[in-house]
Write a protein that binds this ligand. Structure first.
Ligand code: AHM
Ligand code: MG
Length: 331
């Protein structure tokens, strides 16, 4: 059976045995967590539905007048784009209807949401990261991190005000010409690409590892006079070495490139949010063999957030590059 089928599919260059995200999730559950209840698998399925639905809306945004501002502002005072509002609603509905999410933190919501009914997970998300790029047709993304509720908890703020190292899953989806999903459940990082015809995320980069060094730096150098002197000194040094600057201005895209090619991404001033921007990206980086720290060198995943919209500086990427940047931090 496998002989003729394989030879024909090989000749036609068709892979007839692709690994979809659903297949991957079930396989991972059986191999790395055989005693698991399957609840995380159900949650990951609800997440992938949200990503597909958001991707669908982004693809047709220009056609159906979803581009532009909505007329409201979010919890941190940013002007909301129409897609911010729609992305947030899609995410909230997908999590509520999954029946296994109890607590949700969204960048677009001032307070955390506690859903009625059961649910054993808390999810933190930036539903549409980089929405200021939308009108120009540049990629945007969704970032997410997942905690298991604490023992005996019925769902509350203490389930999310925990260090990022306690997250059980994290990742992002980047919506561009195609959608890419980077996912970790604590067993490495796997990258999936959405096949829009099939409507499935396909595993395209299994067990992604970033190189230990790469001469690429990524940060908003326009703000460099606001950076501490040691960060400015570091920048002078790497420029003398001929590093390349690559900055898209979308955390998801800048982290995506860093995961694939290596290098260093930094946001030295306080803008990026701990729970739904820094923690998920830090977990991905560590799981891909890289690291993520504050500008002073403290491990991001050890931060204990005090509020759901707390901010942190961040430096992440290839281990060797992050270590090199820390040599400039005053002792
Ligand atoms: P947002 O969550 O309000 O969209 O802002 C977060 C974005 C990140 O994607 C990106 O890394 C950063 O803001 C870019 O900021 P700046 O324009 O200051 O360089
Ligand atoms: Mg954001």
């Amino acid at each position: 059976m496998s002989g003729p089928v394989n030879s024909v599919s090989k000749q036609m260059n068709v892979d007839t045995d692709i690994i979809t995200l659903t297949r991957f999730i079930l396989q991972e559950q059986q191999t790395v967590a055989p005693t698991a209840t399957g609840e995380l698998s159900l949650l990951l399925n609800a997440l992938q539905f949200a990503f597909k639905f958001i991707a669908h809306n982004i693809r047709r945004a220009e056609l159906v007048n979803l581009i532009g501002v909505s007329g409201s502002a979010n919890s941190t005072g940013d002007v909301q784009k129409k897609l911010d509002v729609i992305g947030d609603e899609i995410f909230i509905n997908a999590m509520r209807s999954s029946n296994n999410v109890k607590v949700l933190v969204s960048e677009e919501q001032e307070d955390l949401i506690v859903f009625p009914g059961g649910g054993t997970y808390a999810v933190c998300t930036d539903p549409i990261d980089g929405s200021s790029n939308i009108d120009a047709g540049v990629s945007v993304g969704t970032i997410f991190g997942v905690y298991k509720l604490q023992e005996g908890s019925t769902g509350g703020i203490s389930d999310v005000l925990r260090p990022g190292k306690e997250m059980v899953a994290a990742g992002y989806t980047m919506y561009g010409a195609s959608a890419h999903l980077a996912l970790t459940t604590g067993h490495g990082v796997n990258l999936f690409t959405l096949d829009t015809q099939l409507g499935e995320f396909i595993l395209t980069h299994p067990n992604l590892k970033l190189p230990d060094t790469k001469n690429i730096y990524s940060l908003n150098e326009g703000y460099s006079n606001k950076f501490p002197e040691y960060v400015q000194d570091y920048l002078k040094d790497i420029k003398k070495e001929g590093y390349s600057l690559r900055y898209i201005g979308l955390m998801v895209a800048d982290v995506h490139r860093t995961l694939l090619y290596g290098g260093i991404f930094a946001y030295p001033t306080l803008k990026l949010r701990v729970l739904y921007e820094c923690f998920p990206m830090a977990l991905l980086m560590e799981q891909a063999g890289g690291s993520a720290v504050t500008i002073k060198g403290e491990r991001i995943l050890d931060i204990l957030p005090k509020g759901i919209h707390d901010k942190s500086s961040i430096v992440l990427g290839s281990k060797g590059e992050v270590e090199k940047s820390l040599k400039h931090v005053p002792k």
